[in-house]
Design a protein around this ligand. Structure first.
Ligand code: ADP
Length: 481
C-alpha cells in the first residue's frame, strides 16, 4: 500500500508529546512491513541544519488562504528504503521558536498556520506525482484536510484522491476558532453548519475531520468507547453518529529506542532475567539526583506534561500524605502549567530528602528515571493511550494507573487477574484512592517475590508496533461506512 501521513509533529524531527512518537514509529513500522510511506510535516526552525541530507523537491506549493496566496517549498528526506519525510517550508509560519506557541501562549495565527498546512496535505494527496492509496491525518492540526479532500472528490470524482483516515490522539484538543476562520478554506459556506464543520458558531477543525474523514481511529479501544459517552469534550454526539467508522487501536512502543540493553542513556544494562542492572540504575539515579542512596527505599516516579489531564491535582495531596508517613522517594520530571510546576517545587522543599522535582523536558533523563524507579505514577483524569505506562512496564517500573483509556487497556491489576497482573489500578479520581493505590504498591514492594514477578511480567509484555500497524492496515482496507 501507499500511505501518506500528515502530522504537525513527527519524532525525531519535532515533538511535544505522544503524537510525535506515534507518527514516527507507525510510519517506520509500516515501511518496514514493505509499504511505501510518505510523511508530511512542517519544516520547523533548525531542522534543515540538523538534517543536512534534506533535499528540495522540484514541486511548487502555491495555495490560496482566504484572500492571500501563500507560497511554500517542499523538502524531502528519505528514511530507509520505502519511507520519505516531506517538509513544508513556509518560514513565516513555521520558522519559530515553538511548534504551537511561546512562553505558554498559543500563537495568534495557529488557525492560518495549520489551515495552510492542511491545504498542503490535501493538495499533495490529490496532485503529487506519487499518489497514495490512503491519506492518514492526525489530530486537529490536519483534520480540515479531510474536508478539503472530500470537497475535491465531489468536484473531480471519487477516484481522484485517496481515502482519508483521521486518528484522534486526544479529543480535548480541537482547534476551535471563530466562525470567520472558515473563510480561509476558500470552500463553499454550505459545509459550515451543525452537521458539518461548525461548532457553537465557531469553526472546529477536529469536528470537520470527524464528519468528513472516511475512516476514524483513536489510540486505544477503551478511549474509542469513552469519547462517544462522556470524554468526548463536546464531540460525543458527532462521534456516536460515526461510531461505525471508529476503531480503537492501542499505540505501540518503539522498542528500538526504549530498550534496557545497549541503551546509551542508561548507565547499566538489564533485562527480565538479570534485574541486578536495574538495582544499579536505581542507585545511580539516586546519586545523580542528590537523593539519599538507599537500595531498600522504593522510588516512585512520574514523567509527564504538567497539565490538568494528567491528574496532578490528586497526585500532590496523595504524595503529601504518603511521604509524611512512609519511607519512600518521589521523582518528578515534567513541565507545563507554571502553577503545577511551582507546587512540585514546594513539595520538594517540604521533603528535601525524599522528593526531587526536575522541571523541564529531558528525554535522556526520562530513560534513566524509568530504569531507576520501582513504581511509575499515572493518575490521569483521562488518557487516550499513554505511552509512559508501556515504557515503564518494559523498564521494570511497575505502573500505578487510573482505570481510564489506554491505561486500562495496557495495565492489569492483581485483583482483576492475578495470573496476568503487571501493575496497580485505581478507579476514583481522588487523592485518597491514589494514596490507597500507593499503599498497595508499598505492600508489593515489601514482598520481593511478588515484586519481581510483576516486574518480570511487565518487562516481557509485548506492545511492539507491528501488531498495531497490522490493525491500521486492516482499517485502511476496510469498507467505508
Ligand atoms: P501525552 O502525549 O499526553 O503527553 P504520552 O504518555 O502519550 O502523553 O506521551 C508522552 C511522551 O512525552 C512520552 O514519550 C514521555 O516520555 C514524554 N515526556 C513527557 N514529559 C516529558 C519530560 N518532561 N521530559 C521528557 N519526556 C517527557
Amino acid at each position: 500500500m501507499k500511505i501518506l501521513m500528515a502530522s504537525s509533529e513527527v519524532h525525531p524531527f519535532s515533538k511535544t508529546g505522544g503524537l510525535a512518537d506515534m507518527v514516527g514509529a507507525l510510519s517506520k513500522t509500516l515501511a518496514a512491513l514493505g509499504h511505501e510511506v510518505g510523511v508530511l510535516t512542517p519544516l520547523y526552525r533548525g531542522l534543515r541544519e540538523r538534517f543536512p541530507a534534506m533535499e528540495r523537491v522540484d514541486w511548487a506549493l502555491r495555495l490560496p488562504l482566504g484572500g492571500q496566496m501563500i507560497e511554500a517549498t517542499l523538502w524531502k528526506l528519505p528514511l530507509g528504503q520505502t519511507e520519505t519525510i516531506y517538509f513544508v517550508d513556509q518560514p513565516e509560519f513555521f520558522d519559530r521558536a515553538g511548534l504551537y506557541g511561546e512562553a505558554g501562549d498559543a500563537f495568534a495565527d495557529n488557525a492560518e498556520r495549520f489551515l495552510f498546512f492542511s491545504k498542503c496535505a490535501a493538495y499533495m494527496a490529490c496532485h503529487f506525482p506519487w499518489q497514495a492509496d490512503v491519506l492518514h491525518l492526525h489530530d486537529w492540526h490536519t483534520a480540515p484536510t479531510a474536508l478539503l479532500v472530500n470537497h475535491h472528490k465531489w468536484r473531480e470524482g471519487l477516484r481522484t484522491a485517496p481515502r482519508v483516515c483521521l486518528t484522534l490522539h486526544n479529543v480535548a484538543y480541537q482547534g476551535q476558532f471563530i466562525g470567520n476562520t472558515f473563510g480561509l478554506l476558500n470552500l463553499p459556506w454550505d459545509y459550515f453548519h451543525a452537521d458539518g464543520a461548525e461548532f457553537y458558531g465557531g469553526f472546529n477543525f477536529l469536528k470537520a475531520g470527524i464528519v468528513y474523514a472516511d475512516l476514524l481511529t483513536t489510540v486505544s479501544p477503551r478511549y474509542a468507547r469513552e469519547i462517544t459517552l462522556d470524554l468526548g469534550h463536546g464531540m460525543e454526539g458527532v462521534l456516536r453518529k460515526r461510531a461505525a467508522a471508529l476503531t480503537g487501536i492501542l499505540n505501540g512502543v518503539d522498542y528500538g529506542e526504549w530498550r534496557t540493553e545497549d541503551n546509551p542513556h542508561l548507565p547499566h544494562p538489564f533485562n527480565a532475567t538479570n534485574l541486578r542492572g536495574k538495582s544499579r540504575n536505581k542507585l545511580a539515579l539516586q546519586k545523580e539526583l542528590g537523593l539519599p542512596v538507599e537500595p531498600g527505599t522504593p522510588i516512585f516516579a512520574s514523567v509527564t506534561r504538567l497539565a490538568e489531564q494528567k491528574g496532578m491535582d490528586i497526585l500532590l495531596p496523595a504524595l503529601e500524605e504518603m511521604l509524611a508517613a512512609h519511607e519512600m522517594q518521589f521523582v518528578l520530571l515534567g513541565s507545563g502549567d507554571p502553577a503545577i510546576e511551582q507546587s512540585f517545587r514546594v513539595l520538594a522543599e517540604r521533603f528535601p530528602t525524599k522528593v526531587v522535582a526536575q522541571i523541564g523536558y529531558d528525554t535522556r533523563l526520562s530513560h534513566r528515571i524509568e530504569a531507576g524507579s520501582d513504581f511509575f505514577l499515572m493518575p490521569s483524569r483521562y488518557e487516550p493511550c499513554g505511552l509512559n505506562q508501556m515504557y515503564s512496564l518494559r523498564y521494570g517500573a511497575i505502573p500505578i494507573v487510573r482505570r481510564t483509556g489506554g491505561l486500562d487497556d495496557s495495565v492489569v491489576d492483581f485483583n482483576d487477574d492475578p495470573l496476568h497482573a503487571n501493575g496497580v489500578k485505581f478507579d476514583e479520581l481522588t487523592a485518597p484512592a491514589l494514596a490507597n493505590a500507593i499503599r498497595k504498591a508499598l505492600r508489593i514492594y515489601a514482598d520481593k517475590e511478588l515484586l519481581n514477578l510483576l516486574r518480570r511480567r511487565g518487562m516481557t509484555a509485548d506492545f511492539s508496533w507491528e501488531q498495531s500497524a497490522h490493525e491500521y492496515l486492516s482499517v485502511f482496507q476496510s469498507p467505508t461506512v
